[in-house]
Each structure stands twice: as C-alpha cells, then as structure tokens.
Design a protein around this ligand. Structure first.
Ligand SMILES: [Zn+2]
Length: 192
C-alpha cells in the first residue's frame, strides 16, 4: 500500500489506496497491514521514524474515513547491524508469522482471507498461509508458470489496490449470490 519509507517525508500513500481500504471496510473485511521494516535493523532510520511513519499513515486513514484494523511490522533482519534485531524470525515475509498472529489476534480465517502485495515475498507468504493472493503491479514474466514455483504464483494480478479491492468484491458477491451480502465481519481479512 505504501512505498517502503525511508524517512517520514518520503511517506506517501499510493493513488486510490484509501478508497480501496474504504471499500474493503464496507465489504466487512478486516484490513491488516503486515510490513517488513528492516530499516531500523540496518540503521537507515530509528524507532521514532517508524513511529512518525505510523502516525502519518493513521492520520491519512482517519481523514479519508478509512479503517485499518491492525498493523504489524517485522523489524528484524538476518544481517541487522542492530544486534537485538539480528535474527531469523518467523515474521519477516515470506515468513507467515505476521499473518498467523493477525489471524489469532483478530479471530480470522486465513483461508477466507486475501494477501495483497507488490512483492514476491508478499505472494509467497500469502500462499504459504493459505490465503488467496493478489499481486499488485505488472506480473512481468509471460512464462512464469514454468519458472516460478506454485508458491510464488498469485491467485490474481491487479493494477493497483483499488483494482484488487474490486476483484475481492466480485468474488465475495459471487460467493454470496447476487445479493452481495457482506460476509460476517472479521472472519476474513485483507493483508496489505
Ligand atoms: Zn521479524
């Protein structure tokens, strides 16, 4: 949803992302951010920068009346300069630690959830966790089904988060008949 931030001034929310989150909110889905943030571990920035980033994200959401239900950051890196963050953790994507934790914390079914992201590690994490996956951006390789193992193949490809949200809406509508009734709140989530 957001470009990897280096400093808070570089923080920006991608076009139509807030609208997309609002749509997911109205579909009755929990919206969860799961983000690798190795910048502190690599001494690119410090805790206060991440807090500032977090604050900007939350205030942009508030002003757009969009809601994110939980945010998880993995601060670790296997080659971190900051010793306490140097570890092979289970949360760093493509690990699924942040997804299983969100599922536990919020009572979600990962099988009914979507993992949306613009990196192969997002897709891999989502697939390993049993989510449906949506790759954002251009899926570059035309013969990927032969090159990438199935764990790296997304269920869908979308141009941006807004298109991803619409894909999810159509799937949910198909699943619930033409009525388009919202699924039971918080059974499923979209992880960004
Ligand atoms: Zn971690």
């Amino acid at each position: 949803m957001v470009d990897s931030p280096f400093t808070p001034s570089q923080f920006r929310i991608l076009p139509r992302a807030l609208q997309a989150i609002r749509l997911m909110n109205t579909l009755g889905l929990a919206v969860v951010v799961v983000s690798n943030q190795p910048g502190i571990a690599k001494r690119h920035f410090d805790q206060s920068t991440l807090r500032e980033f977090d604050r900007k994200l939350r205030s942009s959401l508030r002003s757009a009346a969009a809601r994110i239900d939980a945010i998880y950051y993995c601060l670790h890196h296997p080659e971190a300069q900051v010793k306490t963050l140097r570890q092979r953790c289970k949360c760093r994507k493509p690990g699924i630690g942040m997804l299983t934790r969100a599922a536990r914390d919020l009572g979600l079914s990962l099988a009914a959830s979507y993992m949306v992201g613009d990196g192969l590690t997002d897709i891999e994490a989502g697939n390993r966790a049993g989510c449906r996956t949506i790759f954002i951006g251009r899926w570059k390789c035309e013969h990927c089904q032969f090159i990438h193992p199935p764990t790296l193949r997304p269920t869908f490809v979308a141009k941006d988060l807004w298109e991803a949200a619409q894909l999810i809406r159509s799937e949910l509508q198909r699943a619930s008949g033409v009525s388009g009734a919202a699924p039971k709140r918080w059974k499923a989530a979209v992880a960004l």
